[in-house]
Design a protein around this ligand. Structure first.
Ligand code: GLY
Ligand code: MN
Ligand code: MN
Length: 477
């Protein structure tokens, strides 16, 4: 497995967007264990809070909670991941926090303010285990939050929610653990909020508006966000290409996953944006397969549906490749239908078009072509073999939030038609176990769509050619 030891210090992805790079903060970030130099600046998060404030009703307040810490087993937790709405409004990556945004300036604890972030206080005994915290100073200096208190002060802070015309908040998470050693963990912050909100008349509470407003705001990306999206997608492109070059019979699905995720990590992406899908042969027909344990045969197709997450923003790109480097006649026929459907879908990615237009176009191609092949008898049969949507928004979440109103410039959607013919399907056996998905990330503009992931080979000829190349992980003769 020599390829796993190679190129540890190699930087794989060069992006050409330096003119859009956010400015460096002026304070010493290393003391906060912040080493990345291209995190989004405080001004980005401040603007997001201002945009939200502009949508809120007069004399109202909005309350957000950070994501829960998820327990994996016994005393081990999953790696922490911030709630995307919370991150979008604060840039904070720490748990056990509450953000309160006021429409109008209020006086709290004798201090006039339009926002308060309650955070984990700096505590050496805790930081030695789980890392440095920003604390009040860090939150105010680095994230540009106007006012910040320790989460231990939430309960005693004179926040009388009855005084507001509306209290907006999101539905609470239901699987939150009580850390008995922390009286200010999310579990307890929820209880404290519940008791503060109890006297508020029910018609003043609103649990739906924030969902709609955040969807509207997050759907359209700023230039800073596009910089990070391009970076996540470029990393994913490199990973897919290296997999194409390395793929050969008798490799396992998990080795292909290792190549993908090696490139992600080595290029600075914090995580995959979702569990990497490497499904070969019969597993190519399982839409969100992530077991990735099979040894791949030369006769198999491999569906590689993966996305790097870079500073919160995730890519989502699928390529389907033949394990032995050659598409069979039947595989090529199915592949070319999916490619034709994807092309038709991408052509509909124009600002002003319905969100559903790419899906209508792609589905129509697949339906007609499968009928011509006799695989289905009528248009309705298409859902048996193409059973998912064509597009979703992409951003901080892989299945990102959005309005589903006509497509807007500077939003990103995926276009990802597929055909999946599992063994036992009511058609000629020669089609069985062929699963093909092709997925690209498409930037909507007022003119032609920009396919952000088009640096990866896509036609059968291009893929076969790339699979002949020697790459970082190739063991081919
Ligand atoms: N990777 C999941 C999806 O394409 O939606
Ligand atoms: Mn995908
Ligand atoms: Mn997708």
């Amino acid at each position: 497995m020599r390829f796993f030891y190679l190129y540890l210090l190699f930087s794989f992805v060069q992006t050409g967007y330096s003119q859009e790079q956010p400015k460096k903060h002026e304070i010493n970030l290393n003391q906060y264990a912040i080493y990345d130099t291209d995190l989004l600046p405080a001004s980005f998060y401040k603007k997001n809070r201002e945009n939200l404030r502009a949508l809120m009703g007069n004399n109202s307040v909005a309350v957000f909670f950070s994501n829960a810490i998820k327990n994996r087993s016994n005393d081990v937790d999953f790696q922490y991941h911030q709630d995307p709405n919370f991150y979008y409004l604060t840039g904070l990556r720490e748990p056990n926090s509450i953000l309160v945004i006021f429409k109008n300036q209020v006086e709290i604890n004798g201090e006039k303010t339009k926002e308060i972030l309650f955070i984990q206080p700096k505590e050496k005994s805790k930081e030695v285990w789980t890392g440095k915290r920003l604390g009040k100073l860090g939150v105010e200096m680095i994230l540009g939050i106007e006012t910040s208190y320790s989460n231990k002060e939430f309960n005693t802070t004179n926040l009388n929610f009855e005084q507001f015309s509306k209290v907006y908040h999101l539905p609470k998470q239901t699987d939150v653990n009580d850390n008995v050693f922390d009286k200010s963990d999310l579990y307890n912050l929820y209880l404290q909020f519940d008791s503060k909100i109890a006297p508020v008349e029910t018609e003043k509470e609103d649990k739906t508006k924030l969902i709609q407003w955040l969807a509207k705001l997050r759907e359209v990306k700023t230039s800073e966000e596009l910089y990070l999206m391009r970076k996540a997608i470029d990393i994913t492109c490199v990973a897919q290409k290296e997999l194409m070059k390395a793929l050969q019979p008798n490799m396992t699905e998990y080795q292909s996953e290792a190549i993908i995720e090696y490139i992600f990590k080595a290029s600075g992406a914090e995580y995959p944006g979702f569990p990497s899908i490497l499904g070969s042969g019969e597993n190519s027909c399982i839409l969100h397969y992530s077991t990735n344990r099979k040894t791949m045969l030369g006769s198999n197709l491999l569906v590689s549906d993966v996305g790097a997450e870079y500073h919160g923003y995730t890519a989502d790109v699928t390529r389907t490749m033949p394990v032995d480097g050659h598409f069979s006649k039947e595989e090529k026929i199915i592949y070319d239908i999916v490619l034709k459907a994807q092309k038709a879908g991408i052509e509909e990615c124009k600002a002003g078009n319905s969100f559903w237009d790419p899906n209508i176009a792609a589905t129509s191609v697949i339906s007609q072509e499968l009928q011509k092949l006799g695989i289905i008898k009528s248009p309705i049969g298409v859902r048996r073999y193409f059973m998912h949507g064509t597009s979703h928004y992409l951003g901080l979440d892989v299945h990102d939030v959005g309005t589903y109103l006509p497509l807007k410039a500077n939003s990103i959607i995926t276009v990802e038609p597929g055909i999946y013919i599992p063994e036992g399907s009511p058609c000629d056996k020669k089609w069985w176990n062929i699963g093909v998905r092709i997925e690209d990330d498409v930037l909507i503009t007022t003119e032609k769509p920009e396919v952000l992931s088009d640096c990866i080979p896509k036609t059968t000829a291009e893929i076969e050619l790339m699979m002949k190349e020697i790459g970082l992980f190739s063991q081919k003769k």
